[in-house]
Design a protein around this ligand. Sequence first.
Ligand code: ZN
Length: 530
Amino acid sequence: MLLKFIRKHLDIDLLRISLVFAFIYTLLFNSAVIIHRFEYYNISVWRAVLELGKDSIYIYLSLFILFLGLTIHRLVFVIGALFLFVTGAIASYYLYLFKISPTKEVMEAFFCSDVNEIYELVSAKLVIWLIFSLFVCVYTIRHFNIQNAKLLVTKLLSAICLLLTINSVIAPHYKVLNNYFPIQYLHNSFLFFSNGLNPSSRIDIHQQFAFADNSPEDLIAVLVIGESARFDHFGINGYERNTTPRLKDISNLFSFQAQSCSNVTHISVPCLLSRHSSSNFINVMKERSFLSILTHLGFNTSWIGTQSLTKYLKTLSNTTIYDDVDFVMIPGGSTLLKMNDHDGLMLPYIDNIVNKNPKPGKQFLVIHTSGSHWNYTSRYPKKFNHFTPDCNYVGNVDFRKADPSSCSPEGLINTYDNSILYTDFFLSHLIDLLKDKTAFLIYVSDHGESLGERGRYCHGGISTPEQTTIPFIVWASDKLHVARPGAVRAIQSHAGKEINHDYVFHTVFDCLGISSEIIDKKLSLCELAD
Ligand SMILES: [Zn+2]
């Protein structure tokens, strides 16, 4: 029935041509992306194949839609296909040989470079690859001898596909498409050209201020963003329960009491990643996060998280905080991590990034945990069910789906403390992965949590002290101690001082050895306290 309809109303030839072109394009150019991404997934070949197989289906379908859109007119198809094959060849060449992806920064640099700079980037290999790609394109066009659509339904379908493709270039609906060709470079080019027209896109501070990077060559810096962790529920901060048995024994680890920028995630996270203070939130949202500076300075920047912020942090130009880093692994669009996964499931991927990277260079890694977010019982594996009874077992009723007020006060605190115990495990394991490196780690929670004080639970709404008083932990490896001898002493000199989220930016840059006029050393823990 469907087949009959297709035969009667659609130009089979055009469908076939679109399928073939989508296949050739994927094979020639997106294989570079797939190989590039595979390196991040080599923790398990099976998972990598699953993840990339799913991506390939998306990419193939989107390319089929793209080429079917081009069949709207013979000339559009010929010019469009030639353009895509030339640009695809260039993009895949740089990804294959230099591991350079056409990100927004790279496209900007490309459009802003002069003829001489471009000339220097052209090599014989690129020319051969370009000629080969063009030959494949021209040969396939001639072989199929493409004609204009004869049937009305085909014409309509082509028009719809063309509109869908244009929409994808302007604002890719699926994040995954933005990692593959041609949407990646087309979308990022679009962002470059539309920037002036779109005041909502964020300012890149690296273009306005100079930064001098004197960080050690093999440096790994890690920023762990905690979730709903309270300062006063950490054993190392004087809590009567030993909720941090592992962190307690780690040397060069310093714990501070801090105030969060806000009591909700989607404000606190961009705020702590900004040079602006919490009192200046309007400006926080006007600029890109400080991660974009590090990416620009040549750090390998990665973001791995068990939660996703995408839906909150989009601007009209559709950029998110994730666009500021080189590599992102978050729930949604990935089968590797999903919402409500335990934070520990990130450890093998982190191990991969920091220990098995063939060309590590300087690295900056953001780890966005689910920490102690409600529902606390979902945050840790069973073996961390140390403080009992926990909410799950009160009165033999399954409280997994219940709200915190349905749990007994004792059970609620037990369950919450178990999640801190698991955070202790996670952080100490992470430090273990970094201990032989020249490494630096900051753990800071996004905000705190109410556990029934004055009838309040969770966080958000009116701010209360327990929702904004957070743990802020700094750790430096022995090698960092050697590379920057004064830093550890300086961190120590701040003991007992209450700090806040503003310290993140200034401490990260100063401790790494990056200087700039916008770094306020008074807000850096790596400078001796007054
Ligand atoms: Zn949060």
